[in-house]
Design a protein around this ligand. Structure first.
Ligand code: AMP
Ligand code: ZN
Ligand code: FE
Ligand code: FE
Length: 287
């Protein structure tokens, strides 16, 4: 190859990644190494209801060309469905955010224990110590309970555990404390973060109202979204003055090839547009 003749490769980013700080399989350091190997320009660490993995990822990326964006993915509830709100650049020191994340984490712990009690009564006991080990002391989720069930041989896969027992309508499902989508948007804004609605295709009707409350972006690029669906979301973003972002929702699961890191084409522009909103995002009142 002659120097100068090849076009510069388009730098890509992946703004939706999970680590062992929640229900991902790779540690933050391993996630950073993988992103470096893939040649990504930037990644965001967006674990469920925790920012615990961010510090390690920042440290692992120090001195490299990879930019690590601190983030979080808050699970919220409406009366009808669960909605996930990503928060980019949140201040991890913010007292209110820390307190809320603590509440959410405590509720996750109690809920996992109650699900295990239900499973036990159904003749499917799993050990609490094992679930905690699988969660490696971080944000405990249903996938950790599901993995313990697979180990016990009660189900053949994590997906099977969700389908038969711990999915939303399953016999061992237990609710937990969740914010509303609006509360999540406000919490992220109050901690200097940029709220972005995750995988919004099925819940796109909520976007106008959330935009009135200060939502900054929406995920238009997401595994499984067809080109026309991405176009629909890009239009919606344009209509409401939102930044179009995206990511793979990588969990490090071998069984989820669609969610492979870097599998979704997210332009570096997405991150640049997001960055441009820093300092300008404000909580708004609907009306
Ligand atoms: P939780 O936050 O504890 O309620 O667990 C929800 C998480 O479990 C989601 O964010 C996904 O990562 C994962 N999950 C949800 N549904 C399934 C499923 N059917 N199979 C495998 N993992 C799932
Ligand atoms: Zn997850
Ligand atoms: Fe999500
Ligand atoms: Fe996610």
């Amino acid at each position: 190859m002659t120097l100068g003749s090849s076009p510069r490769p388009v730098r890509r980013v992946d703004l939706h990644l999970h680590t062992t700080a929640s229900d991902g399989w790779l540690s933050p350091t391993e996630v950073v190494r993988k992103a470096l190997a893939l040649g990504l320009a930037a990644i965001a660490i967006t674990d469920h209801d925790t920012t615990q993995g961010v510090a390690e990822a920042l440290e692992a990326a120090r001195g490299t060309e990879l930019e690590v964006v601190s983030g979080v993915e808050l699970s919220t509830d409406t009366s009808r469905t669960e909605v996930h709100i990503l928060g980019y650049y949140v201040s991890r020191e913010d007292a209110v955010l820390r307190e809320k994340l603590q509440l959410l984490g405590d509720s996750r712990l109690r809920r996992a224990q109650r699900m295990m009690e239900k499973l036990s009564r159904m003749g499917l006991p799993v050990e609490w110590a094992r679930v905690q080990q699988l969660a490696s002391g971080a944000s405990v989720g249903r996938p950790h309970v599901a993995r313990a069930m697979v180990e016990k041989g009660y189900v053949s896969s994590v997906a099977g555990a969700f389908d038969q027992y711990i999915g939303k309508n399953g016999p061992a499902y237990v609710e937990r404390y969740k914010l509303s989508p609006t509360e999540a948007v406000q919490l992220i804004l109050a901690s200097q973060g940029l709220p972005v609605i995750a995988h919004p295709l099925q819940v796109n009707h909520l976007i106008p109202e959330l935009a009135r409350h200060g939502l900054v972006g929406l995920e238009a690029y997401y595994p499984g979204y067809a080109p026309e669906e991405t176009r629909f979301l890009l239009d919606l973003a344009g209509k409401h003055g939102l930044v179009a972002t995206g990511g793979s929702d990588f969990h490090g699961d071998a069984g989820q090839p669609a969610n492979e890191m870097g599998s979704v084409n997210v332009p570096l522009d997405a991150l640049e547009s997001l960055r441009a909103r820093r300092g300008g995002a404000r909580a708004k009142v609907s009306g």
